[in-house]
Design a protein around this ligand. Structure first.
Ligand code: ADP
Length: 422
């Protein structure tokens, strides 16, 4: 009986404790619910299910936002990596936190976590970084670096960025100016070349004119000789200016090209008619062999100019050879899908070391020799330009003392040659 009474009492006690605990839990639970409701911007007493739903949505939104910002972060790194200018981000203590691909190209390998002083080998760039660190101001300057065995020029900037009191970064940005520098050098060389080329005939004209003015002009033969020099030098100046204008027109794209199906044999015929008297004068035998059966899609007049420059060079330079036969062969034939125009001469040839510079403006193997034949040093540059405009390629082979052969490879147009092709 007593056992039974104790059992009943314990049970009642357990139930009342449980009831008491439950009520206490419920109170804590509802207090927390209210706190959560306020945190998510709802009112006190909002039903738990509603709070749950709102929480679920909030978590989903947060997950999406984290995913988006991670994506954005990755995109920024991809963009930075695809920028061709080197970018290096450095902490105030000198440790590199990021370098894009181009940045890694100009630093020593394995830059992660290393100090900028250990991986950047350029003294001026490090000095700029030090100065930015010291002054907190943007630093700019010109930097020259050896990258993959090449000298490259950069316009460098070190930009300090302060995020807050403790964290700051220094962005090293280099802009590659090598191309601009090279173009600038070419432009300066070009101006100095043009001035030099114009000054030579002008000095000569001026000198001979002055001599004539000082003379009593009684010696007719001498007067004639001087006038002859003045005439040929002014003609050379005119040629030079014409070539320069032509080159400029071709380069700027202002030169109009009237493309049509052109029969190269007609082009050769036109050029031979122009040059035959000159070849005869110079004692050079000129042979032609035209075997091209299809046409070239091109500009007739420009093709005449290309062929004329090549054949004219062949005749002129062969003529100054002192011994041996003086012959020039002009050919046209088909080879696979190409139409080949060829000029072969038995002239003095071109030394090997000069061959790679042949198409440069004003380049002449032998200045005196070129001047003797009235050259401007621009003929082959023009040939190259015209060939490029026709998507044609040029090759040549030459042996000193034996002669030179130039070949221009055109793409055949589908037309067969007929008399109608210009
Ligand atoms: P240029 O007006 O001086 O002839 P080009 O640009 O036509 O200028 O040619 C450049 C140089 O190439 C010439 O000065 C000459 O030294 C050399 N050259 C061109 N063609 C020949 C050739 N067929 N034989 C020998 N040298 C040549």
């Amino acid at each position: 009986m007593i056992i039974y009474a104790i059992f009943i009492t314990v049970l009642a006690l357990i139930f009342s404790i449980l009831f008491f605990l439950n009520r206490k839990n419920l109170r804590i639970y509802s207090r927390y619910l209210d706190k959560i409701a306020i945190t998510i911007g709802e009112e006190v007493g909002t039903p738990p299910l509603y709070i749950y739903e709102r929480l679920r949505k909030k978590i989903e939104e947060l997950e999406k936002r984290i995913f988006e910002s991670e994506k954005e972060r990755r995109n920024i790194f991809t963009i930075l990596n695809n920028i061709t200018d080197p970018i290096i981000i450095v902490r105030g203590d000198g440790v590199i936190t990021f370098a894009n691909i181009a940045g890694r190209d100009i630093t020593r390998p394995g830059i992660e976590g290393r100090k900028v002083y250990d991986v950047v080998e350029n003294y001026f760039l490090l000095e700029m970084f030090e100065k930015a660190l010291e002054t907190g101001e943007i630093q700019s300057g010109d930097v020259v670096m050896q990258t993959n065995g090449e000298t490259r020029y950069y316009d460098a900037k070190v930009v300090p960025i302060k995020f807050d009191q403790e964290s700051e970064r220094y962005i090293i940005v280099l802009h590659d100016t090598t191309k601009e520098k090279q173009l600038d050098k070419l432009r300066r060389e070009f101006i100095s070349n043009v001035s030099h080329e114009l000054r030579t005939p002008l000095t000569s004209i001026h000198g001979y004119a002055e001599a004539l003015l000082d003379d009593d002009l009684s010696n007719k033969e001498l007067v004639r000789k001087f006038l002859g020099v003045i005439e040929s030098e002014s003609a050379r100046m005119t040629r030079l200016i014409n070539d320069l204008l032509d080159l400029e027109k071709l380069e700027s794209g202002d030169a109009k090209f009237n493309f049509s199906d052109v029969n190269m044999c007609k082009v050769i015929e036109r050029v031979v008619t122009i040059l035959e008297p000159l070849a005869e004068d110079y004692g050079v035998e000129l042979y032609t062999k035209c075997e091209c059966k299809s046409t070239v899609y091109g500009d007739f007049d420009r093709l005449v100019q290309l062929v004329l420059n090549l054949v004219d060079n062949a005749v002129k330079y062969t003529s100054i050879k002192e011994t041996g036969e003086k012959k020039v062969f002009v050919k046209c034939y088909g080879k696979e899908d190409k139409l080949v125009f060829e000029v072969q001469d038995t002239g003095p040839g071109i030394p090997e070391d000069a061959q790679k510079r042949l198409f440069e403006r004003f380049y002449r193997v032998d200045k005196a020799r070129s001047r003797k034949v009235g050259g401007t040093g621009l003929g082959l540059s023009i040939v190259k330009m015209i060939a490029d405009k026709h998507n044609a390629t040029i090759s040549f082979e030459s042996k000193v003392g034996e002669g030179t052969t130039f070949r221009v490879y055109f793409k055949k147009s589908s037309q067969e040659t007929t008399d109608e092709n210009k």
